[in-house]
Design a protein around this ligand. Structure first.
Ligand code: PMP
Length: 388
């Protein structure tokens, strides 16, 4: 019965599964492992006390946008706040995609681009990233003993630019998504390549900078002058920059924002639900950003822990970690990834297993945790590696 009522595209697609797996050390979802500093907690409680919960929130999130504006150097009119950047992806596709339009992105990448596109009756199109190791005769499968020899020779997941540009010409997408750095591979694609894509494309190009705080690399047009924070959107009328606060400690708040030319923001605002961003999240996110230095210390620690973790993983004979400019590391082991995942979980450590994913068979992804959590992860992964 429901099958006859629901949209065909919805009936057919696989939902994004967010499983609640109990664990001791949670390293699966790119969250900041550190709680908010005590001093900030006090300010937040004071801030929340002032919120009028009986009133609707500020529809344009002006106070929060003002804070972002002064920190990022973009006018408030060029910013839209969302209930996480997930919602903004949905907003962009709702405004710019007609039924049957194509949405282009490299794969593997953040799965919500494709899921949301499909739910809106758009057609997702992926251009596979082909890392050099796939051409290696010893892959697949990676046998025990291979990894040591391949270390350093695997390269990272660069965007096949010519193929991507050809696809733009061929399928004429309405929207392009580029995760920069890319989730789950962890690398930033070549800047020159992305500039070429921007130059070639007449459609909307979304550069998703969800991990910007770890990479510090951006396509945001520089401010014109310190006083007029207009940004140079003139040559970038079709560019949207997406950011989120989820990775730096506010995943539970659901706050993301996008920055784009005023005309894009005007159109997006027509389809944005008026109260998409709630008062509590706006207030707390504003307080945290105003006290950014407290969070910055945590971010700096995560970045140095990531470097340490990669160095440690490289020393394990049959584990290959990939370079990362994020708060997570993609890695492959010579063993079946399910076996590695289960062993970690039986020790209370939850990571992400890509299992039989066509692009990531037997790959796993670990989020950088606290020093103690990372040590524990390393201890167990070493055990798995030595087991026959
Ligand atoms: N973009 C990318 C590349 C991501 O990895 C994620 C989260 N996994 C998001 C967007 C969504 O983040 P948010 O929590 O703001 O919805």
């Amino acid at each position: 019965m429901i099958e006859n009522l629901v949209k065909k595209t919805v009936w057919e697609f696989k939902p994004y599964q967010v499983e609640n797996i109990p664990c001791r050390i949670k390293l699966d979802a790119m969250e900041n492992p550190y709680p908010l500093p005590e001093s900030l907690m006090k300010k937040i409680v004071e801030g929340i006390e002032k919120i009028k919960i009986n009133r609707y929130p500020d529809s344009s999130a002006s106070k929060f946008k003002g804070i972002v504006s002064s920190q990022v150097g973009v006018l408030a009119d060029n910013i839209i706040v969302g209930n996480g950047s997930d919602e903004l992806i949905q907003l962009i596709l709702t405004a710019f995609g007609e039924c049957g339009d194509r949405v282009l992105f490299p794969v593997p990448t953040f799965s919500m681009y494709g899921i949301i596109a499909r739910s809106l009756s758009l057609v997702p199109e992926g251009v596979p990233l082909i890392p050099p190791f796939l051409k290696s005769p010893s892959f697949p499968p990676l046998k025990k003993g291979d990894a040591g020899g391949l270390k350093g020779g695997w390269g990272d997941w660069e965007l096949p630019l010519d193929k991507f540009l050809t696809e733009i010409e061929r399928i004429k997408p309405k929207v392009i998504f580029i995760s920069y750095p890319n989730n789950p591979t962890g690398n930033c694609f070549s800047k020159e390549g992305i500039l070429k894509i921007l130059e070639m494309s007449e459609c909307i190009v979304v550069i998703d900078e969800a991990y910007y705080d770890f990479s510090r690399k951006t396509f945001l047009p520089p401010p014109k002058s310190p006083t007029i924070k207009e940004g140079g959107w003139e040559g970038r009328k079709n560019l949207i920059i997406l950011r989120t606060l989820s990775k730096i400690g506010m995943a539970g708040l659901r706050v993301g924002y996008l920055m784009a030319d005023r005309e894009i923001c005007r159109e997006l605002n027509k389809v944005r639900l008026p109260y998409n961003s709630n008062a509590v999240s706006q207030e707390i996110a504003g307080i945290i950003l105003e006290n950014r230095f407290e969070i910055q210390r945590q971010i700096d620690t995560i970045v140095s822990e990531r470097k340490r973790l990669i160095t440690c993983l490289k020393q394990i004979p049959d584990v290959i970690p990939f370079p990362s400019e994020t708060n997570f590391i993609l890695f492959k082991t010579a063993k079946d990834s399910k076996e590695v995942f289960d062993k970690l979980l039986s020790n209370g450590i939850l990571v992400r297993n890509f299992g039989d994913d066509i692009y990531l068979k037997d790959f796993l992804r670990v989020t950088v945790g606290t020093r103690e959590e990372n040590d524990e992860f390393m201890r167990v992964i070493k055990l798995v590696d030595t087991e026959k």
